[in-house]
Design a protein around this ligand. Structure first.
Ligand SMILES: NC(=O)c1ccc[n+]([C@@H]2O[C@H](COP(=O)([O-])OP(=O)(O)OC[C@H]3O[C@@H](n4cnc5c(N)ncnc54)[C@H](O)[C@@H]3O)[C@@H](O)[C@H]2O)c1
Length: 292
């Protein structure tokens, strides 16, 4: 897709972080933006900021754990703008788990799999039939994570498991669209190359009441990118971060080329992918990769 002008781009979890940056990157290229999110104050903020830039937009409450909520968002988008051209299944959370996985609260598993995995499944079920029926060129982009898709970082097993499932689903969706000769291009977006400075580490702010735990905050003690930096510094590591605008620009450039892999090329990323492939090919015992 070379020209985003007049196109309608719907972004789940679009009120903050990577989704918010995608909204502006596409809006500034003339796209009309639909944001679905559950964070009321972030939604108010992005609606005001998009309006201030004169970007056509619709910001609606939408919970990706409910297919009805996603269908309602799609209906609202079609009513406001007549159809959809780009869908970003982007909403995601970090459960903030820590310690032995057999001790995790069932609620941590449920919340993370509900949002990260069911959110993508529900988005496919709500939006794909509409994109296919339109018969037009369209993009379906799923925000995954390298952690789960091509490496397994230790310390966040629930998140990693969710993103492994998300990648398998995304790649299969691509194969199905390709096999069907459909004009829908599927892409896998990997925010990075470093930890992206977003609200992901403070996901507890949007944790539903029914899945709250007795303990407040994350058991890992990490509730922000700043906390991550401090913890890394204790191990003598200077944690590098990436601004979400950089991720959005990388994604848009990839979409212009109909790329499947929206994945920044860096020496470090490639070395990690190679090390994992070598480990499997050589049947060596896994050792944990480092965050970076
Ligand atoms: N930050 C990183 O380093 C990083 C790395 C790899 C992948 N990701 C992925 O990027 C995506 C975006 O996350 P981010 O880093 O921008 O974090 P973020 O917290 O800034 O943004 C996530 C958005 O999703 C929304 N959300 C949460 N639950 C929702 C629900 N049930 N329904 C609808 N919206 C919901 C939040 O309100 C928020 O606006 C996620 O899928 C995340 O897993 C992030």
């Amino acid at each position: 897709m070379q020209d985003f002008s007049g196109k309608v781009a719907l972004i789940t979890g679009g009120a903050s972080g990577v989704g918010r940056s995608l909204a502006f990157a596409l809006g500034r290229r003339g796209a009309r933006i639909v944001v679905g999110d559950v964070d009321k104050s972030a939604m108010e903020q992005i609606a005001a900021d998009l309006a201030a830039e004169g970007i056509d937009h619709l910001v609606e409450h939408c919970d990706v754990t409910s297919v009805d909520s996603l269908n309602a968002l799609a209906d609202a988008a079609e009513k406001a703008f007549g159809g959809l051209d780009l869908v970003f299944a982007n909403a995601g959370i970090g459960a903030g788990e820590s310690g032995a996985m057999w001790d995790y609260s069932e609620k941590d598993w449920q919340w993370c799999l509900n949002v990260n995995v069911w959110g993508v499944i529900n988005s496919i079920r709500a939006f794909m039939p509409r994109l296919v029926a339109s018969g037009k060129e369209a993009h379906f982009v799923v925000t995954g994570s390298g952690n789960g898709a091509y490496i397994i970082l230790p310390d966040a097993p629930i998140y990693t498991a969710s993103k492994a499932a998300v990648h398998a689903i995304t790649e299969n969706l691509h194969y199905q669209c390709q096999a069907g000769g459909l004009p829908v291009k599927v892409s896998a977006l990997f925010p990075g190359p470093h930890v992206v400075d977003t609200g992901l580490f403070n996901s507890g702010r949007v944790r539903p009441e029914a899945l709250q735990k007795a303990v407040a905050g994350n058991e890992s003690g990490i509730n922000s990118v700043e906390d991550m930096k401090k913890m890394a510094a204790e191990y003598g590591i200077e944690l590098q971060t990436t601004h979400p605008d950089e991720v959005a620009e990388m994604a848009v450039k990839g979409l212009e080329q109909d790329a499947f892999w929206l994945l920044a090329t860096t020496e470090d990323t490639d070395a990690k992918i190679r090390a994992r492939a070598d480990m499997i090919l050589n049947r060596t015992t896994p050792v944990p990769a480092m965050v970076g």
